[in-house]
Design a protein around this ligand. Sequence first.
Ligand SMILES: *Cc1c(COP(=O)(O)O)cnc(C)c1O
Length: 384
Amino acid sequence: MIWKIPLADLKLGEEEKAAVIEVIDSGWLTMGARVKDFELAFAQMLSSPFAFAVANGTVALHTACLALGIKRGDEVIIPSLTFVADANVVVQCGATPVFADIESPDRLTISPEAIERAITPQTRAIMAMHYGGFACDLDKICEIAKRHNLFIIEDAAHAPGSTWNDRKLGTIGNIGCFSFFSNKNMTTGEGGMVVTGDAGLAEKIGWIRSHGMTTLTWDRHQGHAWSYDVRFAGCNYRMDEIRAALGLVQLNKLATNNQRRKELVLHYRKNLLEARNPISIPFSAEDLGTSANHLFVALLPPGIERNAVMSGLKEAGIQSSIHYPPIHQFTYYRSLLQNRNLELPVTEAVAQRLITLPLSAVMGEDQVDEVSERLISILNSQES
Ligand SMILES: *Cc1c(COP(=O)(O)O)cnc(C)c1O
């Protein structure tokens, strides 16, 4: 299907092409100078002491769990309204994901009160996913983590450049994880970053990324080391030079692209709220300037046939999506958690009504108008 207006879109240009060609001409394809430069530049953007480029956002999260020692018998509290990678990596560590509800239909991030209720003696960590680029309530979550001696992993896949009290998201918990998948705010095709302010964790993250080895091929190539020790049963989660070169160019465009997303979100909000229709738009009270505005999400009125709305958009060539089908309702997680008493009323109610509309830094206001008008006319026809 060729969409007239796709959910996410990107335009890579001459700069990205030149950066990739330079890598090919250099004859060094992985974990070299560009990966180092990309890590340094990303760390600098965040004001974080340590950043490790990895193969994707999912392995960034897995690396975070491994570095924090999450293991069999442990529990990690996560929202159910998130991408399934958050739960999968916890299971990959042998631990159990415990789902907590979101705050409200307006604030789609994990609820501190629900976190508190989900804590057991087995709880080791809280995974805080900054939905759409909007920060979780980190004041309360940090306080809870401190009081119960829990780690915080920030899933900042939606939030490169987002802030909380003037600090960058991803740098507030023990470890922050980013994704550079092709539909994210900045992309390397596949890619991710693990950031931390803790030197001990940084050392472990470096080991886990590359087989637990204490030196890398690049160090040996440069004559810094002849051999290596192995300190961890690590993985190969490395990023290559071509992706890092793309990442450096994309990082330079991040602030401009995030600004563009914000303008388009404002335009959507104006269109949809002026129409006096019963759509509501989450995070209504937030300062959009603090968010990377990764998604534009709306809540359809209760009782509206969402499938019909999405089909109506599709007929006009407009792609839409749902972020997210709740994880606890997937077959695997239903059977994993069948003995657990799950209470996720807000997640379950909101998940029926969520719709994600097209948003990208390369969209035009005219396209936002087209999507808004189409959505409003579908809703009007459904109501009558
Ligand atoms: C994209 C995403 C991930 C996973 O990142 P990949 O790079 O696709 O592996 C994890 N969490 C959230 C919230 C995401 O949006």
